[in-house]
Design a protein around this ligand. Structure first.
Ligand code: PMP
Length: 457
């Protein structure tokens, strides 16, 4: 049924939520979470819902993005200007467009040493998919067609398409929809807070032994690449030990295996640098980006790669992979304007300042009985809820983090995001100190009422 006059213009918040339930299928929709808050406007780190509530957005659009904050006219103007000049032209066949070229050059300048070229996409999953295909293609073209296996990690998040969704370490995304991508091996996540789970010795030693064991079992000559987030985001905001990535890199290089840094979350200042991989000795061969590239103003992602890989994947018959919207001029224009703002306003450095505000204002949370750990990495926070500080058993039942986030929003008009047993904050980098303190105080207030039974009193 199609109506030319849908009732959304004048609908109340309740009516909108009803229409939403009736007509919209949501990403990662769960049937027990259907009581939706309809967001209608944003400015900086503030958003308004359809009922007129003003909320602090401590999540960056709910999805770790919005680097420059909501409601930036500069980005609206960049899009409008580009749409009226050239809304689209393909990058296939013999064609290109000036904005995509300019963005490729800009990303070349910003990216870590050794990463020189970019393949543009429409989002994170597309970028990871492109990375997996490129890794296989690279080895195949170089005479090693057996190198098809991808190493990934439990609780890593890489996307929802078949390749990226199989590399993702959340089993519910692979259930019911199989067969999934074959030849994907999952390693342990890097969770230093839970160091006991690695056998009691050095965390990196244990993880390197596991990696070497997997390579031995599968055979180095069968493995194309390993993919990992420099800092695991959706898997709970965990910073790896300083020697983890350098040692992983060494093992992979010794075995001819490529390393893909998934910087969809960590890129563009989220953790305090343009590219988090550059600060951790990761030296990846490829980097996937999205989210902060455009601050979410328009969908765009990319796969950055070394010249060596680009030469091989585009050689011989060429690179038979690509999307209609690859290098979309409007998305590229918005990305360029977004990068301008990040640079001009010093938002990479500000990310660290935001982190300092979170560290000081969240300090009292550490003393609460159900808070196991408070992790702050740039403007990214993970508060891990546990049954007891001694056992560190994750507080999962009932789904406590969701209940806490609901209460923080309903009672304090602050949006934080639950991931399993971790409360996550990843606000726009322009968030004010007062908003950070409000977010911390609201969260601490609710957590102080959280009992060992998982109920918020
Ligand atoms: N990689 C990481 C690290 C992510 O967090 C996400 C999405 N949250 C993706 C990839 C997938 O990106 P998208 O949802 O844009 O496809």
């Amino acid at each position: 049924t199609i109506s030319s006059a849908l009732p959304t213009q004048s609908a109340s918040a309740t009516e909108l939520a009803g229409l939403d339930r009736r007509f919209l299928v949501h990403p990662h929709q769960r049937m027990d979470r259907n009581d939706r808050v309809v967001i209608v406007r944003g400015e900086g780190a503030t958003v308004w819902d359809a009922a007129g509530n003003e909320l602090v957005d401590a999540t960056g659009g709910g999805n770790w993005l919005s680097q420059v904050g909501h409601g930036r006219r500069e980005l609206a103007e960049a899009a409008a200007e580009q749409i009226s000049t050239l809304e689209y032209y393909t990058g296939f066949f013999d064609y290109s467009n000036d904005k995509a070229i300019e963005l490729a050059y800009r990303l070349n300048q910003l990216s870590p040493e050794g990463i020189d070229r970019v393949f543009l996409t429409s989002g994170g999953s597309d970028s990871v998919e492109s990375a997996i295909k490129s890794a296989r293609l690279y080895h195949n073209r170089r005479g090693e067609p057996n190198r098809t296996w991808i190493l990934a990690r439990h609780f890593g998040y890489h996307g929802a398409s078949y390749g990226s969704g199989t590399a993702t370490g959340f089993e519910m995304m692979q259930t019911y929809v199989g067969p999934n991508l074959p030849n994907v091996e999952k390693l342990s996540p890097v969770w230093p807070y839970h160091h006991e789970m690695y056998g009691g010795g050095d965390v990196t030693d244990a993880l390197i032994a596991e990696l070497e064991g997997a390579i031995e079992r599968i055979g180095a000559g069968n493995i194309a690449a390993m993919i990992g987030e420099p800092v695991m985001a959706g898997g709970g905001v965990h910073e790896p030990p300083a020697d983890y990535w350098p040692r992983v890199r060494e093992v992979l290089s010794r075995n001819g295996i490529l390393l893909i840094a998934d910087e969809v979350v960590t890129g563009f200042g989220r953790t305090g640098s343009w590219f988090d991989s550059a600060t951790r000795g990761m030296k990846p061969d490829m980097i996937t980006i999205a989210k902060g590239l455009t601050s979410g103003y328009i969908p765009m992602g990319g796969l950055l790669m070394s010249d060596a890989i680009a030469e091989v994947v585009t050689s011989n018959e060429g690179f038979f992979h690509g999307y209609t919207y690859a290098g979309h001029p409007v998305a590229a224009a918005v990305a360029l304007a977004n990068l301008d703002i990040i640079e001009k306003e010093g938002l990479i450095g500000r990310s660290l300042t935001v982190g300092d505000w979170f560290k000081s204002s969240l300090a009292p949370a550490r003393d609460l009985p159900q808070v196991g750990d408070v992790r702050v990495i740039g403007a990214t926070v993970g508060i891990e809820l546990v049954v007891s500080k001694q056992t560190k058993e994750p507080m999962m039942i009932p789904i406590v983090a969701e209940g806490v986030a609901d209460a923080v929003r309903r009672e304090h008009n602050v949006i934080v995001r639950p991931y399993g047993n971790v409360i996550v904050m990843s606000p726009p980098l322009v968030i004010g100190e007062d908003q950070v303190r409000r977010t911390a105080e609201a969260t601490i207030e609710v957590l102080s009422r959280l009992g060992a039974d998982g109920q918020v009193a």
